[in-house]
Design a protein around this ligand. Structure first.
Ligand code: NAI
Ligand code: MG
Length: 352
């Protein structure tokens, strides 16, 4: 098993250190770790945010664990040299088309969620969002209309192949977690959505043990806030997923707890190749002060263990340790406590 660690900028290296300690504690047999540069750190050393060596390393491993990129000192650089280009480049070069974001509220942290406590307690979902198609990538333009005013257009389209592969990703996740799968569309008005729905129903035949339902996106947004217990794995296109995943994140209440995965098509010997990172950025305002909450990073590692290495048991150990560390009071500033980065890492290790 091979993992590439890309700490990146700001609090990236600090939270990566804690994830690495957790990984070491698991003592996975036959695991090799590599480390590479991305972001401003890479720009300083190699003159570009995503060096060829880093890309080469990412291509030969089973999974990539990334901190965050971004540094105020790079704000004046040309766009293609900015740290943020590293993520876009990695996504594109590695063919990562599926974005997975879990959203759940840990016991005792219901007060951080804007949901009613009763709804917050029941939030436990995984959003699977398609990343490479939809209206964001269709033909777009502007033209002058007959009356001399302007009009703009963006074409929404999905191919059956694109829907099929993201549907498989979502069904695999649902099968793994034993949750139901809800496919989100707007099939009452959009032809793209009708094709989406037909294809998902087709793919479902390969997963007879996964319960499937369909919901219109507007209703999904309402239900997510009103009664989130209806959702397990949620499968959506790029546009609807962009909006719903931010809505779900907001329901959790803290950025320091939000993990994510971006999966590709390549199957490794142990699972699906993917890139794992916290949702948060490099947080330059708190970098180097032992103030960053490393839990989003540690939970991203748990996702890596589950999806890319097929280590479900270890993933559950890590998630359980995080849960118990929180219950035991390892609360960072983002959660209203005053535990430092290292202290929170220590608490997780103690539970592990
Ligand atoms: P940010 O997520 O870095 O910070 C937003 C706020 O949340 C800040 O007040 C920060 O202190 C706090 N915060 C973030 N992570 C935290 C953690 N683990 N523990 C405690 N508090 C935490 O977003 P911001 O400030 O908009 O962006 C900073 C830089 O990060 C920019 O250069 C941006 O482009 C980059 N960025 C990179 C991302 C990535 O690498 N995937 C994602 C988002 C932003
Ligand atoms: Mg967004």
């Amino acid at each position: 098993m091979k993992i590439a660690l890309l700490p990146g900028d700001g609090i990236g290296p600090e939270v990566m250190d804690e994830a690495r300690r957790v990984l070491d504690a698991l003592r996975l047999p036959g695991l090799t770790l590599f480390e590479g540069d991305v972001g401003a750190a890479a720009y300083r050393r190699h003159g570009r945010p995503l060096p060829e060596e880093t890309l080469k390393m990412a291509r030969k491993v089973d999974a990539v664990l990334m901190g965050a990129v971004g540094d105020p000192s790079c704000d004046t650089l040309e766009r293609h040299l900015r740290p943020e280009q590293a993520i876009l480049g990695l996504r594109k070069e590695l063919g990562l088309f599926a974005n997975l974001r879990p959203a759940s509220v840990f016991e005792g942290l219901e007060h951080l969620s804007p949901l009613k406590p009763n709804a917050a307690r029941k939030l436990d979902m995984l959003i699977v969002r398609e990343l490479t198609g939809d209206v964001y990538f269709g033909d777009k333009g502007r033209r002058e209309a007959a009356d001399g005013t302007h009009e703009g257009w963006d074409i929404m389209s999905y191919s059956e192949t694109e829907v099929r592969r993201i549907a498989h990703t979502a069904f695999r996740a649902a099968k793994q977690s034993g949750q139901r799968l809800t496919s989100v569309d707007k099939a009452n008005v959009l032809e793209t959505s009708q094709l989406w729905r037909d294809t998902v129903i087709e793919v479902a035949k390969d997963y007879p043990d996964v319960a499937l339902d369909h919901i219109y996106v507007d209703n999904a947004a309402m239900q997510l806030v009103r009664a989130p217990e209806q959702f397990g794995v949620v499968l959506t296109g790029n546009l609807f997923g962009d909006i719903l995943s931010d809505l779900a994140s907001a329901c959790v209440g803290s950025i320091g707890l939000m993990a994510s995965a971006s999966l590709g098509e390549r199957q490794t010997d142990y699972g699906t190749f993917g890139l794992y990172e916290p949702i948060h950025g490099s947080a330059p305002d708190i970098a180097g002060q032992d103030l960053a909450n490393p839990l989003a990073m540690i939970l991203s590692l748990a996702m890596l263990l589950r999806h890319s290495l097929g280590r479900t048991e270890e993933a559950e150990w890590v998630e359980g340790a995080v849960q118990r560390a929180l219950a035991a009071g390892a609360l960072g500033r983002d959660l209203g406590g005053n535990a430092g980065t290292r202290e929170i890492g220590d608490a997780v290790l103690a539970q592990l």
